[in-house]
Structures are given as structure tokens and as C-alpha cells.
Ligand binder design. Structure first.
Ligand code: ADP
Ligand code: MG
Length: 322
């Protein structure tokens, strides 16, 4: 229902950056290799995400706006081995409940389709001309929820949140070419080369990978890869410690602390490293169905993981300095 969609919207989309996250995750799930994000007025005027992914057929394009309509899982047992970023079928329904959305999509060798929803109401549908893939345009976010509209923080905060999300999505998906444009200006882009030196330089600025330490270990069937930027480049915020599991950026305070502890003897007080930890593991070892934004992930054996991460970082940094 419309009301249920608006309630869900509060959980899934709290600001422009979370709309971008959901749209881009859908593009990734649709196997896109090129994803462009265009934002006007910090996303409050419009957010357009264009991908060259699989696209949708007519039925899916309509179903996509229904709550709990997902093409990604079929039954409950699938929940224990999720390998797509989306699975709750909430995002498009939630976004369209609080904005004006135009979806254009085309599958290979099929006709293009356009569907338009304003605040959960179907406004128009028809054919469209576009390349294979999907373009989702979200306009006037929170136009019908003044309370949420007011809650949006300063332009500065929204801009920072958008860039943060972009960085994480790009760092999680090195093989995808991402472009972020804000008010018609290209702010950041990556080249989809899967070369981490290049990628990290594109995200954090050139020469940041000077003295980067990399480790790769498999412990108890969990592959852990660390990209440890030099302790010399320290930040006063913890935010540049990023943890990824099976290509998903996650928040897990225990593992972030493990990274901080691993760097401990090389860091000045109050400073934090820039580091990426990528893990690959059997999806049954984690639970991503904790929160609608799917950031928080629970691990079956968190202590073991945090021990290994801290130790691997210590060993890698130690090797580097001796
Ligand atoms: P979820 O991602 O959890 O399945 P969403 O509401 O984000 O739910 O999307 C609903 C459905 O719409 C997806 O399951 C998928 O079938 C389709 N979809 C959304 N965005 C895209 C896209 N960019 N390309 C192809 N299909 C998409
Ligand atoms: Mg989704």
C-alpha cells in the first residue's frame, strides 16, 4: 500500500545518498559494467543513474515498484545465501513513494519501456528509445514528505555523504567504470581496470598508494585481502577504513576496530589509517538481513575474523618496516 511504502521509505531512503546507493546496487546486480550517476542540487532536484546492465522486461519494469517485488530471491531458503546486493524488493517502491521516478529500460534485442511513478502513483507508461540497460531518474525527492525534507542536512553534508557512498561503491567494484557528475561537472570517475593502485589513486587522490602494503590470505576458507595505505597518510576520521564482503560495503564496528588495532603501533594518537579490507566467503557465513539499508552484517564468527584481520595487518606492516 501507499502508506506501507512511505513507512519503508523512511528506513531505506533517508537522504539523497541512500537513493544513489540503492539505484547503483540495482545496476550492479543487473551486471552493469558502466554506471553513471548524475546529481543536480545535491540530489534534491534530481538523481539520474544510467547503466548498461541487463535491463527489465515489461512485467518486471512494473513489478519493480511494488513493495517486496524482487526478481532476486524466490523463497526463504535463498535468504541464507544471498549473492546479490538487493534482495528485499523495497528500494524502488520506497523511493517512488517519496519522489517522482521515471524508469527507462531495455533488454538486449527488445523494445525499450518507460514507466513513470509519482508518490507511488502510476503516471504514465509507454515505449522508450535507449541503449541496452536502465536509466532511473528520481526527481523532487521528499516532495510529499515535508518533515523529511526539512531533516536534510546542509548542502555540504549531503555532498559529503554522496561522495562517501560513491567512493565505497567504486572501491567495492573495481571492474565497473563509475562516473559521478554533480551539477554537470564530473567530480570523480574510475576506469574499471581492477588495478587497485589506479583505483585508490582515483578515489583518494594521486600518489596515495605510495608505500601501500597489500596482503592476501585465506583463513578457514575466507579470503582476506588488505590494501593498507601508508601509516604516514593518516586521517582524523575513522571513515576511510572500509570493509567489503563479497563486493558489498559493510559497517561492522568490531572489524573496523581490528584494523585500527592492527595499525596501532604505527599511528599517532587520534589518527586513523586509510585501509580497505576485502573479504570473500561463503554467503552462509554472514547475515545481511539485519537492517533495510543492508549495511550492517553479522558474521558467524566475528571474533575469529577480527583476530585474523588485526594479526594480518600487524604482520604486513611489520614486514614492510623491517
Ligand atoms: P531488490 O534490489 O531488493 O530486488 P529493488 O526495489 O531495489 O529491490 O528493485 C526491484 C527489482 O527491480 C529488482 O529485483 C530488479 O528485478 C529490478 N531492477 C531495479 N533496478 C534495476 C536495474 N538497474 N536493472 C535491471 N533491473 C532492475
Ligand atoms: Mg535493490
Amino acid at each position: 500500500s501507499k502508506l506501507a511504502n512511505m513507512i519503508a521509505a523512511g528506513e531505506v531512503v533517508d537522504r539523497p545518498a541512500s537513493v544513489i546507493k540503492e539505484l547503483v546496487e540495482n545496476s550492479i546486480d543487473a551486471n552493469a559494467t558502466i554506471i553513471t550517476i548524475e546529481v543536480l542540487d545535491m540530489g534534491m532536484q534530481s538523481i539520474i543513474v544510467t547503466d548498461n546492465g541487463d535491463g527489465m522486461d515489461f512485467t518486471d519494469a512494473h513489478l519493480a515498484f511494488n513493495r517486496h517485488a524482487t526478481s532476486k530471491i524466490k523463497d526463504e531458503s535463498d535468504l541464507s545465501h544471498i549473492n546479490t546486493l538487493g534482495f528485499r524488493g523495497e528500494a524502488l517502491a520506497a523511493i517512488s513513494a517519496v519522489s517522482k521516478v521515471t524508469l527507462r529500460t531495455r533488454q538486449e534485442n527488445q523494445e525499450g519501456i518507460q514507466v513513470e511513478y509519482h508518490g507511488s502513483h502510476l503516471i504514465s507508461e509507454g515505449s522508450a528509445t535507449l541503449n541496452k540497460g536502465t536509466v532511473v531518474e528520481v526527481k523532487e525527492l521528499f516532495f510529499n514528505t515535508p518533515a523529511r525534507f526539512k531533516y536534510i542536512k546542509s548542502d555540504y553534508a549531503e555532498r559529503a555523504a554522496i561522495i562517501d557512498i560513491f567512493d565505497r561503491l567504486a572501491l567495492a567494484n573495481p571492474k565497473i567504470r563509475f562516473t559521478l557528475k554533480m551539477d554537470d561537472k564530473t567530480i570523480k570517475e574510475t576506469y574499471g581496470t581492477s588495478d587497485f593502485y589506479h583505483l585508490i589513486d582515483q578515489i583518494y587522490g594521486s600518489k596515495m598508494t605510495k608505500d601501500m602494503t597489500i596482503f592476501e590470505e585465506t583463513v578457514q576458507k575466507i579470503k582476506i585481502i588488505g590494501y593498507l595505505l601508508s601509516p604516514q597518510i593518516a586521517r582524523s576520521r575513522k571513515k576511510d577504513i572500509s570493509i567489503f564482503v563479497n563486493g558489498r560495503y559493510i559497517k561492522n564496528y568490531r572489524l573496523i576496530q581490528a584494523v585500527i588495532d592492527g595499525y596501532h603501533s604505527y599511528m599517532m594518537v587520534g589518527k586513523y589509517p586509510i585501509a580497505l579490507i576485502h573479504m570473500e566467503m561463503d554467503p552462509s557465513l554472514l547475515d545481511v538481513n539485519v537492517h533495510p539499508q543492508k549495511y550492517e552484517v553479522k558474521f558467524v564468527n566475528e571474533s575469529m575474523l577480527s583476530y585474523h584481520i588485526e594479526t594480518l595487518i600487524k604482520e604486513a606492516l611489520n614486514k614492510k618496516t623491517h
